[in-house]
Design a protein around this ligand. Structure first.
Ligand code: ZN
Length: 602
């Protein structure tokens, strides 16, 4: 195909904030004379679910200077305009009211979009340069709105509406755009300007957030490129939406969109590092690490992305799991938290995995492959059938790091640097066996047994034994109540028995674990427990019962399934020791302490 000389021109404007409608135009100056086809992505890179963004295209029409052009919808996300003389414009109204980082949102307070959800790609022009006009909504109440994006300016003032550009369609959709009122703060890392933009009502200590993120970002830049190196982008933007309840992030080549609880932002006048603040720092660290690991070092299956259908790879455990391992590790290695606090975070990840019996049903490689229909489409049976390539992937990354360090051959840091130099810098995709091959190269020996057991098989890596060599002890105990995420020693007496179900505070059954007491009794997810042993049920009552009753105790349960009352008898079991606590061993050898300091920093 001949190279396209004219840019594809886009214009987007919030035209009806109360109706949540953007007007989006895509203009081709020299359309295909046989009829120009336009396609919308079905998914957004980084989020492995077919989202069918076209379902939010409310109305689409085609125009040329001589008037309306016939437009035919050919598939769910493809339109074809009749042959005409350009310029040809497709103009769409796009409904945007998805408060997540994966699509588009518009109301009178703010506007946000991922290009994949709003910008059509003219067929044959994916590599053409793109020009974009971001137009302000009409009305005096929007006069003070600003724009935050890392799209290069093509005339737009800093943080202003106007003209932007991108080198290709792939680049156009990898710089999400935020519009509205936002708080703005900046810092420098790796000689590169970094901005933080926060939307939503908040009164946070943003200078503190900037200081902590600067340490984390500097550490990550040093990990990949060495001390004093520049970041692999000209600028970086953290787009944070602070809401009442929410959590999520999506990585982009020089920015990330995060959604967090207002309470996760650091409060003014508080110096303690709260668990909530660590949740936000861990999320920001995770997405920033993706700037290398998945945005530049990519699975071969994503080079290039085919956004029309699922992109299958068995490597998501490496791109998400290794990133999940480093997100919290970067907090320790950059000095934002001390090693004991890091061990608390790691113990929580171990706890999450130990509470997922699905890890014995599905390997990390298979979970990666089936992310589209399983991990991203979770239901009540997910804990029994699916392993998280994030959480178990992080533990396998830890295991590989410990293995390489224990043998003295290197570390996971070396693996990341080799991936960066061979794949990230060159743009060469990582083959499906590429991670294993580089790991073997660093180890100087065959590691197929490791990968067969823990990546392609369903075994747990022997972390307790391996952590002992780093002067860290692993203690496992039963959970204490609904809010016990692990990481901390037991504070109260431990329960004597278990019902083997996840029950919410309103006594609704959320998960029934395979082969457990609740399943044998006949309880199912969705059942509303109303009485236990003839008494109105409550979480406090259930906790007292489990604390005091030995395994084998039989309890009578009344529950509604939909509107039908069921009665069943459950025989309580021995609680699983699925809650992890890590601690620095007092009796470890000097060599073990030295290894730990090398691993976590002093
Ligand atoms: Zn991720």
């Amino acid at each position: 195909m001949s190279s396209v000389r004219t840019p594809t021109r886009y214009r987007i404007q919030p035209i009806a904030p109360h109706a949540h409608l953007f007007e989006v135009a895509c203009t081709v100056d020299d359309p295909d004379p046989q009829g120009q086809r336009f396609r919308l992505p079905a998914w957004v890179p980084g989020s492995y679910l077919i989202r069918e963004f076209a379902r939010h295209f409310v109305r689409v029409r085609a125009e040329s200077p001589t008037g309306a052009v016939e437009l035919v919808k050919e598939t769910k996300d493809t339109w074809r305009a009749a042959g005409c003389t350009g310029p040809l414009s497709l103009i769409a109204h796009v409904y945007a009211y998805d408060l997540s980082v994966r699509a588009a949102y518009l109301d009178a307070q703010r506007a946000y979009f991922n290009g994949a959800a709003v910008f059509l790609c003219p067929e044959g022009r994916a590599n053409a340069a793109c020009e974009l006009i971001v137009a302000a909504p009409e009305g005096s109440q929007f006069a003070q709105w600003r724009v935050a994006t890392t799209l290069p300016s093509n005339g737009a003032p800093a943080y202003g509406f106007g003209r932007y550009r991108a080198d290709s369609y792939d680049a156009l959709i990898d710089h999400p755009v935020e519009m509205g009122h936002f708080a703005l703060t900046s810092f420098e890392a790796g000689g590169t300007p970094h901005d933080i933009v926060v939307t939503g009502r908040q009164q946070a200590d943003l200078p503190r957030l900037a200081r902590d993120l600067a340490r984390i970002c500097n550490w990550q830049i040093e990990l990949f490129d060495g001390v004093g190196a520049r970041a692999p982008f000209d600028r970086y933007l953290f787009q944070i939406a602070a809401v009442a309840e929410g959590y999520g992030g999506l990585e982009h080549r020089s920015s990330t969109s995060l959604i967090c609880r207002r309470g996760d932002l650091p409060a003014r006048g508080v110096t303690a590092v709260t668990d909530d603040y660590l949740t936000l720092l861990g999320l920001a660290s995770h997405e920033y690490f993706h700037s290398w690991n998945v945005k530049r070092i990519k699975p071969a299956a994503f080079v290039p992305y085919d956004l029309g259908r699922e992109g299958y790879t068995r490597l998501l455990w490496a791109f998400e799991g290794i990133t999940s391992y480093y997100d919290d590790l970067a907090l320790a290695r950059s000095g934002v938290v001390d090693p004991p606090r890091y061990l608390e975070l790691l113990a929580r990840t171990i706890t999450t995995v130990l509470r997922s019996p699905g890890r014995f049903q599905q390997s990390l490689a298979d979970s990666s492959f089936d992310a589209w229909i399983k991990f991203y489409r979770q239901d009540e049976n997910t804990p029994n059938a699916v392993v998280s390539y994030y959480a178990k992937g992080a533990l396998v990354a830890l295991a590989l790091d410990l293995l390489l360090r224990r043998e003295g051959s290197g570390s996971l840091d070396d693996l990341m640097r080799l991936l960066w130099s061979r794949h990230g810098r060159t743009g060469t995709g990582v083959a499906e066996d590429g991670i294993e091959r580089i790991a073997c190269e660093i180890a100087g020996r065959d590691l197929s047994d490791f990968f067969a057991r823990y990546v392609h098989g369903t075994e747990d890596p022997p972390l307790a034994a391996w952590l002992a060599d780093f002067g860290v002890t692993v203690t496992l105990r039963p959970a204490q109540g609904l809010t016990d995420r692990g990481g901390k020693p037991a504070s109260d007496p431990l329960p004597q028995s278990a019902l083997d179900a996840r029950i919410a505070t309103d006594m609704k059954v959320h998960v029934v674990y395979s082969g457990g007491a609740a399943e044998r009794a006949g309880l199912a997810a969705g059942d509303q427990i109303v009485a236990i042993d003839g008494l109105k049920s409550s979480t406090d009552g259930l906790r007292v019962l489990l604390d005091r009753s030995p395994p084998g105790t039989r309890v009578e349960i009344h529950a509604f399934r939909r509107d039908e009352l069921l009665q069943c008898t459950a025989e309580l079991t021995t609680p699983r020791a699925d809650t992890c606590v890590l601690a620095v061993a007092t009796d470890a050898t000097e060599a073990a302490h030295a290894r730990r300091k090398e691993w976590l920093g002093a």
